[in-house]
Design a protein around this ligand. Structure first.
Ligand SMILES: Nc1ncnc2c1ncn2[C@@H]1O[C@H](COP(=O)(O)OP(=O)(O)OP(=O)(O)O)[C@@H](O)[C@H]1O
Ligand SMILES: [Mg+2]
Length: 247
């Protein structure tokens, strides 16, 4: 295809716990994420989607195999180097938003830049804030925001530093369809206009239809993929996979 690789895995396995209580969350994942592509990860609850994102983003250790971000094998990095790589090159939107309760929305959005000792680009900051519709909530604390507004703060925080790759774990899961569509359109535009690379977990066929490629996970393995998805083709594939599971 010739698209540069933003992140990749080779023989990635992740086992939680030991002995009889151990759970194999990822069971041999080989994948390449193209630069400037919008990738969706779908699959049943417990299939390993969040675990895969955490391993790709260097937030969780792997049990076996390799994970590369750009051409760096992050499984070989020391904790300090890994922390720096995460800070400088990766944005993450967590399934639980992980906002700091004592900081305002503005401060939460700017926190990663503050930690990295970087100044925000005012134009980009304004663009991100207006797109996620947070202009009139910037001085509010998370407890004063709705779930959807908190999720939009988390999205803005991941994108404001223009990281090489953004991982978003159900960024629209708690949003009404209008705010969800706004966030998805924003993610789509940052891919189209700024070649942002995004990997997003979603349960929603409509959300997945905004992406370039859908990877389907089941029991810690990639079982299918779909390029240029639309709602119908995603639903069809989900149905086919769920009937396989039931068989
Ligand atoms: N810290 C942990 N310790 C033990 N087991 C874990 C841990 N985190 C996840 N698991 C297990 O690993 C498997 C994959 O979990 P994961 O959170 O990746 O699923 P998921 O696909 O993101 O599900 P959901 O759609 O519900 O968010 C599950 O069986 C889960 O119980
Ligand atoms: Mg999850």
């Amino acid at each position: 295809m010739g698209t540069p690789v933003a992140a990749s895995t080779e023989g990635l396995r992740k086992v939680y716990g030991r002995g009889q209580a151990s759970v194999s969350a990822l069971d041999g994942i080989d994948l390449e994420i193209g630069t400037g592509q919008f990738t969706a990860i779908m699959g049943p609850s417990g299939s390993g989607k969040s675990t895969l994102m955490h391993c790709l983003a260097g937030l969780d250790s792997v049990s076996e195999g390799r994970v590369r971000v750009g051409d760096v094998d992050i499984t070989r990095l020391k904790e300090k180097q890994l922390t720096r790589l995460r800070r400088d090159r990766i944005g993450f939107v967590f399934q639980a938003f992980n906002l700091i309760p004592t900081l305002t929305a503005r401060e939460n959005v700017l926190l990663p830049l503050a930690i990295a000792g970087r100044k925000p680009e005012q134009g980009w900051f304004d663009h991100v804030i207006d797109t996620v519709g947070l202009r009139d909530r910037l001085e509010h604390h998370p407890s004063e925001l709705s779930g959807g507004q908190q999720q939009r703060v988390a999205c803005a925080r991941a994108l404001v530093s223009k990281p090489e790759i953004v991982f978003a774990d159900e960024p629209t899961g708690n949003l009404d369809s209008t705010s969800g569509a706004e966030v998805l359109n924003f993610l789509r535009r940052s891919v189209d206009e700024f070649e942002q690379t995004i990997v997003m977990v979603t349960h929603d066929a409509v959300a997945a239809s905004h992406t370039d490629r859908v990877l389907f996970l089941a029991d810690g393995q990639i079982v299918d993929e779909l390029w240029e998805p639309d709602r119908e083709s995603v639903l069809e594939r989900m149905l086919a996979l769920s009937s396989l599971g039931a068989a």
